[in-house]
Design a binder for this molecule. Structure first.
Ligand code: PLP
Length: 351
């Protein structure tokens, strides 16, 4: 008759929300930066705040040009479509966002065929499998055009040596190399790199502001001038040409200024939470190295039951065979203590 409580729009907000780092809301400082933004019609190229954001992100990433997008899904899709023609193919992890979680957009809207490769536990794609999946130049096959990696993936930062190894394949086979860097800033902070070091091996990158950076929305695509020109045409076609979007770009500029170095706090809290839950639940808890952790279930310890118990204690989590918990700027050290306490209480109820 009515939607379940879980789906109801009237569901009260969780006291502690660990479902994702996308749940953050703009802080007072961010809202005031948004309210004071100077704006114009960005489709006409008139919005100075959007232009400033694009310039700053291009510079930080060490690329020639950038374009602001409403979402990371659209920015990845425009990137793939700006690199590829109909009938081309992109190599991608089977766990990658651009393959699994973007509605198949590259195939549906771009006529670009994915060639998925199983991600290893650590998020990497085995290089021999990448090489084996590159198609010969033969009219039977789609044309392999692009390799895409995700960093961080499942919260895990990729090793620079690994990225360079894949870059070598891309260069030697004349393929384009794209980074889905939705959480590239987390990787940057965890590896103590600069953004331009992290983006250097890639021809293009998509960077999100609506994850750990705490902006309400927005992603920036970076690459060469010619590539960004093509991506702007695709963006318009996909409905992503926005007018006074400087209000949103102002939130992203604020995030660049205030919310990057603090990502280290999220990482520390995630690591402490992993440690605490390991003790409370006596089960395998994997810390990703950035702001995520994964609690593994067993016969004895069903994650569905734990998730249900936590939700009843006002702690938001997404259930599955493993429980993914994500720290972000809405999570404090006290919250971590409270979650560990709730997990202990759950353990006491278990047989
Ligand atoms: C969130 C995310 C995106 C983009 O998602 P949007 O919700 O469309 O902004 C892309 N890639 C990864 C890895 C992500 O986590």
């Amino acid at each position: 008759m009515y939607a379940s409580r879980e789906l109801s729009p009237n569901r009260p907000a969780f006291r502690i929300d660990l479902r994702s780092d996308t749940v953050t809301k703009p802080t007072a400082g961010m809202i005031s930066a948004m309210a004071m933004a100077t704006v114009g019609d960005d489709v006409l190229g008139d919005d100075p705040t959007v232009s400033e954001l694009e310039l700053r992100v291009a510079n930080a990433a060490g690329k020639a040009a950038a374009a602001f997008f409403p979402s990371g899904t659209q920015s990845n899709l425009a990137g793939i479509m700006a690199h590829c023609e109909r009938g081309d193919e992109y190599i991608v992890g089977n766990q990658a966002h651009t393959y699994r979680f973007e509605g198949g957009g590259a195939a549906v809207l771009g006529s670009v065929q994915p060639q998925p490769i199983d991600n290893r536990e650590d998020g990497t794609l085995p290089v021999e499998k990448i090489i084996a999946s590159i198609k010969p130049d033969d009219f039977h096959f789609a044309k392999t055009k692009l390799i895409t990696l995700e960093n961080t993936i499942g919260g895990r930062p990729l090793e620079l040596d690994y990225i360079l190894e894949v870059e070598k394949i891309a260069r030697s086979r004349d393929l384009v190399f794209h980074l889905d860097g939705a959480r590239a800033w987390n990787a940057m902070v965890a590896n103590d790199q600069t953004l331009s070091d992290l983006c250097r091996p890639f021809d293009s990158a998509s960077l999100c502001f609506s994850k750990g950076l705490g902006a309400p929305m927005g992603s920036v695509l970076v690459g060469t001038e010619a590539f960004i020109e093509r991506a702007r045409r695709v963006r318009k076609m996909l409905g992503g040409g926005l007018r006074q979007s400087g209000y949103l770009a102002a939130a992203c500029l604020y995030a660049l200024e205030h919310n990057i170095s603090r990502l280290a706090d999220d990482h520390r809290l995630a690591s402490e939470l992993a440690e605490g839950l390991r003790g409370a639940l006596s089960t395998r808890v994997e810390y990703s190295g950035t702001n995520m952790l994964f609690v593994h279930g067993s016969e004895r310890l069903q994650m569905r039951d734990l998730a249900e118990f936590l939700r009843h204690s006002g702690i938001g989590v997404v259930s599955g065979p493993t429980l993914r918990l994500v720290c972000h700027l809405g999570i404090s050290s006290d919250d971590v203590g409270a979650v560990v306490e709730a997990a202990r209480a759950f353990s006491r109820t278990a047989p």
